[in-house]
Write a protein that binds this ligand. Sequence first.
Ligand SMILES: [Zn+2]
Length: 376
Amino acid sequence: MLILPFALLISVTWSFEGGSAGRVEPVGEGHVRIGAQGQKDQDGRNRQANWYSFRVDGARPGQPVTIDLVDLPGEYNYQPNRGAVNAETPAVWSEDGRSWRHVEDFTYDAGEPKMTLRITPRGRRFWVAHTPPYTNRHLEGLWKDARRAFRRTEIGRSVEGRPLWLWTTGTGAKTIWLMFRQHSWETGSSWVGEGAVRELLRNAALRSAYTWKILPMADPDGVARGGVRFNRHGFDLNRNWDVNGVAKMPEITAQRQAILAAGGGALFLSLHNTETAEYLEGPPVTEPAVRELAGRFYEALVARTSFAPTRPLSFAGPVAAGRMTVIHGLTRERAWPAFLMEQRISRQPKYGRRPLVEDRLRFGGELVKVMSEVLQ
Ligand SMILES: [Zn+2]
């Protein structure tokens, strides 16, 4: 009987939509070191390295593969950090590229810093990502269902020429806006968006009570190439709402025009993800009616959804030129009240675990019901 040695045949691939990795170095049999590619802004600052999405082939079924994730440090709002990938945020993995769970066997070395994942696949192939991927392909899949109740309008094109869509449904006099994926790594927000759309498809009462306008994919280029935070030219699409840079950020221009053309709305919400913070931020205005609406919105989210804030309701403060978020920008245009929600990817007390796709989908349904209730 001839026993052949197992060759070191692990390969790492990210040449698919949303895929991203940096340098790949074999360490030993079944052990590979993979850098996060990271992304910097238009000035070469604010490097953020919290998106990776790759496939591993050539694993030995039933044998562990060790992956060291490195090249994690970065900057946020010009402050250096050790990176958003840390002990609170282990990777997710999948054996079919569709259903995702967290890697349970991992260690984080804050010194380098480095996250080491140990994954034992049943087959020869598996996928690894920071959070469960949601790409333009997922959105097209959702559209196949959504089109029976929504219409979609192309409001512009991204830097790379991808269509920027506005999805609309409902017949109510008041308009509620939802915006997703200003930052391409924040896939959890898109799963919430899918949950919101599916609830609106199910729930005719919500559609007759309001007009719903959804900007489902603010940075389709970034999502396609596995970007982190900035558009093709390095601009943060949730800053720069006070900058007139049509050529460099056609995404912001298209969204602003679409919102203003519709006369703003009764309630606007842009959804985001962070590593460990969860909160609702209201517009930078002091009108009592807006403050009162914000308070009711926040209390309803806490009471009737799985939103689990890590801080009280807050309102956006003043910002330097070129740093306006969408809620600052819409407030300036008086197309408010505009809100921003951050949801964590780390362990969340209402779930008792790190959020999974099913949690995001359910929250999306809860969210649209609460938004309609607070306007009644
Ligand atoms: Zn964001």
